[in-house]
Design a protein around this ligand. Structure first.
Ligand code: ADP
Ligand code: ZN
Ligand code: ZN
Length: 731
């Protein structure tokens, strides 16, 4: 077949387009989409990815340059994944070349070959195959080995598990009866699918959930069960069935969820190779795990966010654990949501998708109610422990020491004296702050829309993020004339220090995104906790996930108010998730747990619903609120952000973007430009323009042409801008 006229190639560049190149000078087969190539780009040479062959180009032949080299004999990205990546780049408004570069492990992005994979296996040689069954009757061990290998290739680990000694293996190898091969990867998963342990019998809820999960075709399930109700066990059972079909399982976990404890649940259960992908790996390690997933030598792939884009040889099931977790949304560059991409992927690959959580996101609840996901509820408690004792501490007029009330200090002291461990939850970083009167709990509201005003410290103003109303910061509370006005969510950085001062000699361990960036930092923390010494663990929301803290009997939530009073519309949802998840942490061991919640609004209706009726009722109440206010999941949101050293430049770009957007005539509401709640960062002023539409498709019809306009606006010079589709945090 004659080569095509040219190829359309994605090149790592901020431009939202593909580039045309002529076929390579040395003739060869037509390049398939997903193949890596080297191409000249300006004065440089870059690694790009073939997206399509084409018979014409907008450019004249003389202007086109040929592909310099072809790097892959087989496409690096299977069709299924390439289609997904192209959709995601489009949907999240990310330049295609940047999106593709973001999903490749470093070495592959730079054009290096795929690492060798496959595990060595023993199989019968032709000589061995010819032996009669009874040949080694006098050496039972060796005969057992022959019998095993008649069933198929086995890895050294499997043989060891079957009780075959290294001596027996060596003896047969020396006789030329068996040989070592890299197994055909596609069969490795199937051959390896033998369980390494006997699973416990399922509880009725679990059995029902497992039976409901259909393993053929696309179906989405929302597995809702409190921490410890046995969700992971359901995943493991479903995975076993998938492995038996010779297919692979992809499991996504939040960043903090990928601990050695989690991994060991999988390695203890299955013999097959498990590829692990997370941000702490070196490029080489990532490339290797990637190659194992791609050629099928890994039966299971477990990874954080970016693993949703790992190529799979034979996809069989996709699982997203703690689906509500914020870490599934990439916050910069390619701003995709791994959870939402997982839905598209499962649909495209025609495999089941299981979203699991103790506190499902409102998006997923909504999808379940609309019939798009099937809701599977686990209510039993395999771990069988009492629900914790909730205690609300009213903060009004009480004395606070950097956010900690006297009764809370007492409770912490008592728990420590009893030899127990304590968890203290800080306010999530990055919440937009509202202005609160500590004495009477007055909160600054917009006179026009009754929503809470956002504090902008730099400009000393209060701004309404719904109607753009602005006023200067009041000096005293309009309700009680107290001067004790403070922005919520401030001053928490000092909590660690305060606790150290209050409890000298007690270790205070801080866990947040910064303190755990180092590889293994988190595991060291968990090891210390499991050692059982009394200590105080101070953490952000990230602490509230999937970990077993048997020594913890008291959890203190310093303030539920940032959630209740957040100017971020997701604040309430996050607060409910935090409280519910924390309740799943405390008192896992033999001691019952107490959860202390400090608040200025102890009788807030959301709080009452959550504590009296539980998370589902709470979520339903919030959904009604979202429907009434026209927010996701009932409508779609995007956030356009601009940052510049000169605030006027950032604002001017967004003003221009708004006019350009309005000219496109889509039914989309614009709000802004407004200073971002987190107004200044790294010496740059940040502004945002938010877009709200009836559905995502409408928003897409506006954003796609708007992004191209933005690339060419003169106001864009010197301004960093980005589009965040389905933003998870409004800062
Ligand atoms: P989740 O993922 O919902 O937090 P897990 O699957 O981790 O729950 O289960 C919690 C604990 O209960 C684990 O120690 C697990 O081994 C155990 N477990 C789960 N299912 C069963 C079961 N059917 N029988 C006995 N123990 C179980
Ligand atoms: Zn007041
Ligand atoms: Zn307003």
């Amino acid at each position: 077949m004659a080569p095509p006229f040219c190829y359309r190639i994605a090149v790592p560049s901020p431009l939202r387009r593909l580039f045309d190149y002529l076929p390579p000078a040395t003739p060869g087969d037509t390049l398939k989409p997903g193949t890596r190539v080297r191409v000249p780009f300006g004065k440089r040479e870059l690694t790009g990815l073939v997206i399509a062959a084409a018979n014409a180009s907008a450019l004249a032949v003389a202007q086109l340059r040929p592909v310099t080299a072809v790097l892959d004999a087989e496409p690096l990205l299977p069709d299924e994944l390439l289609t997904l990546a192209l959709w995601a780049a489009d949907y999240y408004q990310c330049p295609i070349g940047e999106a593709l570069a973001a999903i490749l492990p470093g070495p592959l992005r730079h054009g290096e070959p795929l690492p060798e994979t496959g595990t060595w296996h023993w199989q019968l040689s032709t000589h061995g195959l010819g032996l009669p069954d009874t040949a080694l009757a006098r050496a039972p061990r060796r005969q057992q080995l022959l019998a095993l290998l008649r069933l198929g290739p086995h890895s050294a680990a499997q043989l060891k598990h079957a009780g075959i000694s290294a001596t027996a293996i060596r003896a047969l190898a020396d006789d030329g009866l068996i040989e070592r091969v890299r197994t055909h990867p596609a069969t490795a998963a199937a051959a390896d699918a033998l369980l390494a342990e006997t699973p416990p019998p399922l509880h009725p809820d679990q059995a029902q959930a497992l039976a409901a999960i259909a393993l053929h075709g696309y179906h989405a399930y929302l597995l809702h069960g409190d921490t410890g109700t046995g969700k992971t066990e359901v995943y493991l059972r479903a995975i076993a069935q998938v492995l038996r079909q010779g297919r692979q399982a992809l499991v996504l976990v939040p960043e903090i969820g990928l601990t050695p404890q989690t991994l060991s649940r999988f390695t203890q259960r299955f013999h097959c190779t498990i590829a692990v992908l997370h941000s702490g790996l070196s490029g080489g390690e990532r490339a290797r795990a990637w190659a194992q997933a791609r050629d099928g030598s890994a039966g299971i792939v477990i990874g954080t966010r970016s693993a949703v884009f790992v190529p799979l040889h034979a996809p069989g099931i996709l699982i997203v654990d703690e689906e509500h977790d914020l870490s599934f949304k990439q916050q910069d560059g390619f701003r995709y949501s791994a959870r939402d991409v997982a839905v598209m992927r499962a649909r495209g690959a025609e495999i089941p998708l299981v979203l699991g959580s103790a506190t499902p996101s409102l998006e997923s609840f909504h999808n379940a109610r609309a019939g798009r996901y099937r809701l599977l509820r686990l209510s039993g408690r395999p771990g069988d422990r009492a629900a914790p004792d909730w205690q609300l501490l009213d903060l009004r007029r009480g004395r606070l020491n950097e956010g900690i009330s006297a009764p809370a200090v007492q409770a912490i002291g008592k728990a420590l004296a009893g030899g127990h461990q304590v968890l203290v939850f800080l306010n999530r970083r990055g919440y937009a702050a509202a202005l609160l009167c500590h004495d009477c709990a007055w909160i600054a509201r917009c006179p026009h829309c009754e929503t809470r005003l956002t504090v902008h410290m730099t400009a000393r103003r209060l701004i309404c993020h719904h109607c753009e109303f602005r006023q200067s910061l009041p000096a005293v509370c309009p309700g009680c004339a107290s001067a004790n006005l403070q922005p919520l969510g401030q001053g928490t950085e000092k909590t660690e220090l305060i606790l150290e001062n209050l409890f000298p000699g007690t270790p205070v361990i801080r866990v947040d995104r910064d303190s755990t960036r180092r590889k293994n930092a988190l595991n060291e923390v968990f090891e210390r906790l499991h050692a059982g010494e009394p200590c105080i663990l101070v953490g952000t929301q990230m602490l509230a996930k999937g970990h077993h803290f048997p020594g913890v009997t008291l959890a203190v939530i310093l303030s539920a108010d940032d959630g209740l009073m957040s100017t971020d519309f997701r604040g309430g949802e996050r607060m409910g998730q935090l409280l519910t998840q924390v309740a799943g942490r405390a008192g896992r061991g033999e001691h019952p747990g107490t959860v202390l919640v400090q608040s200025h609004y102890c009788d807030h209706p959301l709080m009452t619903t959550l504590l009296r009726q539980g998370y589902t009722a709470f979520a339903e109440q919030l959904l009604e609120e979202r429907a009434a206010t026209g927010m996701p999941p009932f409508r779609a949101l995007a956030l356009l952000r601009a940052e510049a050293r000169d605030p006027r430049h950032a604002e001017a770009l967004l003003t221009a973007a708004r006019s350009a957007g309005e000219a496109l005539g889509q039914p989309v509401y614009f709000l802004g430009p407004l200073p971002a709640p987190l107004e200044k960062r790294g010496g740059r002023y940040r502004f945002q323009l938010s877009l709200n539409a009836g559905n995502r498709a409408t928003l897409q019809r506006l954003l796609t042409p708007l992004a191209l306009v933005l690339e060419t606006l003169p106001e864009a010079r010197g301004v960093r801008w980005s589009i965040n589709m389905d933003p998870q945090e409004m800062m």
